[in-house]
Design a protein around this ligand. Sequence first.
Ligand SMILES: [Zn+2]
Length: 165
Amino acid sequence: MGVFEDDFVQPGRLLDESDEAYWGRVQRASDRVEAVTEGAIAPAPPNPPVCPECGLEADRFPTLSQAWVLLEPLDPVNVLPAHFVPPRQRWLINSDGVAWNPWNAEPTEGAQCRISHTVACPGIEPPDLWPWLTAMREENARRAQRLFNPPRTPTLAKVEMPDVG
Ligand SMILES: [Zn+2]
């Protein structure tokens, strides 16, 4: 699945575009990529709030970055204690019905949140929920490899110079 592979590509500047217009456009494009990496990939209304990957219905909310996110329905999942949910996967709903994701912010004691359908979808390869831990594991794998396969130290071979004189 390609849904988590969207990288941000800074848009090119249009001819005669003001700084403000250009950077506004860059901001909107990066917000959109951010929304996608958080799982905000729901079909917009008037399409039904159905996951295009598995066909299950979920609760759809607009996000702060003008995307749409499908959150796992409250029945049977219910809200979760925020400290049970990995960073960047904690979704909150504002009083105006807009969903947002506090990214790596430490949850306050007793905080609750919802999760996006994408992390629970049977049709989508799950994202790396702990990327810093994955990076640490990969670095440890490299370190362990060096223990057992130490790099060859260059040997200084005696080179016989041909007698040219
Ligand atoms: Zn799904």
